[in-house]
Design a binder for this molecule. Structure first.
Ligand SMILES: Cc1ncc(C[n+]2csc(CCOP(=O)(O)OP(=O)(O)O)c2C)c(N)n1
Ligand SMILES: [Mg+2]
Length: 610
């Protein structure tokens, strides 16, 4: 029994977390972390410990939790291997600017610097991934250092690491409030705003432009509807970055999708003939692939002026909040006359949508992936949270899944770590217990973390886990297909395994689907199991199929006409059928009866090019 006027330092530390509103922490115990484990036991009425089966899963879950909620999320691991296993998830948080606190075990301070069992100097390893990294030096400072770490993680939107010599956590320290939280913590941070002059400069550039486009990222999270108003008013098509999916209504005709590999044929074609690109709140990691394909005038609107110049040299940089900029543009602009270029972009994108619909609206045996999304879209609701993994399923989900502004979705975006699906879903279901939660992973990614299905069961998380099994690392196979010097594929075959039986072995219900007609029953079964608070695994055995390779399309303006060709590297691996013409390309993708080249829509809309 502790003296009433003192408290174990680890308990004082957990009270700081509680004061910050932390409801659960993800982690895995180890001998060097037992002081915190003992505090978690004492504080279990106020903070939940979620036991994952691999520290990587805990860190990925914390990263996803922070991305979904915007709030500090917490993970932990013990000294040595427990600490190193955290790194992947922490890098994911760093890359996507998610506020995450990692508590890391260390051997008792009396054993530090002796190369004691599992002891190493953890600071240098965590220095790169973190915005704040400290080893606690006294028991009394433990709660303060954790409080400070949370403030730093919020301020710099990144990872804070606190390394705790195990004995410090057990030490009794004065029982005083250590928290620094205050109601003002919820005040939105002031945002930079575009000036009237800056907006007028953009409007002047627009007057000169013939083919302007918006390229919009997740900075627009509060302003998707306003942006649509502006797009209509100024007749400017909207292209999104992947992370803006769901923020800008995709049923709006002027939203023509994404550029680069996960994108639409239309957006990739239209950006290649744009003469003015206005990037708004967009962190576009593929700029070197897309923005370098031709010359255009570039305006970048960003609330972080340190991002200027990273994507493209600037013609004009505007340090501003995305929605604030859009609103000011609405206020200071006059409506543009109907634009043929805008019309061509809409026609081109409608054609792309017709093509996707053709692929979706048929039955397949053996199962192809499009029908998985068709049926998923039917059972999903406007509140569904989707945790998406990394692979071809990322491309497919971005193209085929309906996501509305009321939905939420999460991915390892910039770090793009496979295995983020299940951890993301665990975090989503814990933070949004009343919402339907779905994870979608390829067979490669799923098998990196599938041990944590048992975590879903343990905590009664009714998650639908969809595995798209193609017995291949499909995403990498498709990249190898375009390597002319390769004679065959290398290292991408996956041994088939029965994910349903593996789930059953954990006491989790599951279904395996091999043709599209079986999907409705499997989803119905999933809904029934989830309704009673249990997870479900749906193993969709799909064919290995590369989705429409927008990255192979090459669009150039030559003498006032579009020259549209197929990249000579497309399917140049000698194991593949090499395709070189646009008609053959359309046929290869079963689009010969639907898809048209860009020039067709320019002609239809009456666009002439100089
Ligand atoms: C941890 C990690 N290792 C490797 C990669 C590289 N990588 C990206 S996608 C991918 C293949 C994914 O295969 P699978 O999960 O089966 O999905 P599919 O592409 O077949 O749909 C690989 C190996 C990665 N992103 N993350
Ligand atoms: Mg696969």
């Amino acid at each position: 029994m502790s003296n009433p006027s003192t408290v174990p330092a680890s308990v004082a530390m957990l009270r700081v977390l509680e004061a910050w509103g932390v409801k659960h922490v993800f982690g895995y115990p180890g001998g060097s972390f037992n002081s915190t484990m003992s505090a978690l036991e004492k504080e279990k009425e106020r903070i939940d410990y979620i036991q994952v089966r691999h520290e990587q899963v805990g860190a990925l879950a914390a990263a996803a939790d922070a991305k979904l909620t915007g709030k500090i999320a917490v993970t932990f691991g013990s000294a040595g291997p427990g600490a190193t296993n955290l790194l992947t998830g922490l890098y994911d948080a760093r890359e996507d600017h998610a506020p995450v606190l990692a508590l890391v075990g260390q051997v008792p301070h009396t054993n530090m610097n002796y190369n004691f069992f599992q002891e190493f100097d953890e600071n240098p390893m965590f220095a790169d991934v973190s915005v704040y990294c400290r080893t606690v030096m006294t028991p009394e400072s433990l709660p303060y250092v954790v409080d400070k770490a949370i403030r730093e993680a919020y301020k710099y939107r990144g990872v804070a690491v606190v390394i705790i010599p195990n004995d410090f956590g057990f030490a009794e320290i004065p029982d005083v409030p250590y928290k620094s939280t205050s109601p003002s913590d919820n005040k939105p941070a002031p945002q930079p705003q575009a000036t009237d002059e800056e907006v007028d400069q953009v409007l002047a550039l627009l007057k000169k432009a013939k083919r302007p486009v918006f390229h919009v990222g997740r900075g627009i999270r509060e302003g998707g509807d306003r942006l649509i108003e502006l797009s209509k008013k100024l007749q400017i098509p909207i292209i999104m970055t992947g992370l803006a999916k769901g923020l800008i209504d995709e049923s709006y005709e002027g939203n023509i999708g994404f550029v680069n590999r996960a994108g639409s044929k239309s957006a990739n074609e239209i950006i290649d003939i744009a003469d003015l690109v206005i990037a708004i709140g967009a962190d576009f990691p593929f700029a070197n692939n897309v923005y370098t394909r031709h010359d255009f005038t570039f305006v970048q609107v960003d609330n972080d002026d340190a991002q200027f110049g990273r994507h493209h040299y600037l013609d004009l940089g505007i340090w501003s909040d995305a929605t604030g900029f859009v609103e000011k543009m609405l206020a200071r602009s006059e409506a543009a006359a109907p634009s043929n270029f805008f019309k061509a972009a809409v026609l081109d994108n409608n054609n792309w949508k017709d093509y996707l619909k053709k692929l979706t609206d048929r039955e397949t045996d053996p199962l192809q992936y499009e029908q998985v999304y068709r049926e998923l879209n039917k059972i999903a609701n406007p509140e569904t949270v989707v945790a998406l993994d990394v692979g071809n399923n990322t491309v497919d989900t971005l193209r085929f899944m309906d996501i509305k502004p009321t939905n939420k979705w999460v991915i390892s975006a910039l770090f793009a770590s496979m295995g983020a699906g299940i951890p993301g879903a665990i975090a989503a279901q814990l933070s949004y217990p009343d919402r339907q939660v779905v994870s979608i992973s390829g067979d490669g990614a799923f098998s990196m973390v599938m041990q944590d299905l048992i975590t879903e069961k343990k905590y009664h998380l009714p998650i639908l886990n969809i595995v798209t099994s193609n017995t291949t690392l499909g995403f990498i196979r498709d990249e190898q297909a375009d390597i002319p010097s390769m004679h065959d594929y290398s290292g991408i075959d996956l041994e088939d395994q029965d994910f349903a039986m593996i789930a059953n072995g954990m006491g989790i219900e599951a279904a395996t689907v091999t043709k599209s007609s079986e999907l409705p029953a499997a989803f119905a079964k999933a809904a029934e199991v989830m309704a009673s608070g249990r997870p479900f695994v749906l193993n969709a055995k799909i064919t290995m199929k590369r989705g429409f390779a927008v990255e192979a399309l090459k669009v150039k303006i030559v003498d006032g006409k579009i020259e549209e060709t197929i990249d000579p590297a497309f399917n140049a691996n000698q194991a593949e059928t090499h395709i070189t013409t646009l008609p053959d390309f359309f046929e290869h993708y079963e689009g010969e009866d639907v898809l048209k080249p860009l020039q067709y829509f320019l002609d239809e809309a009456g666009v002439t090019l100089d």
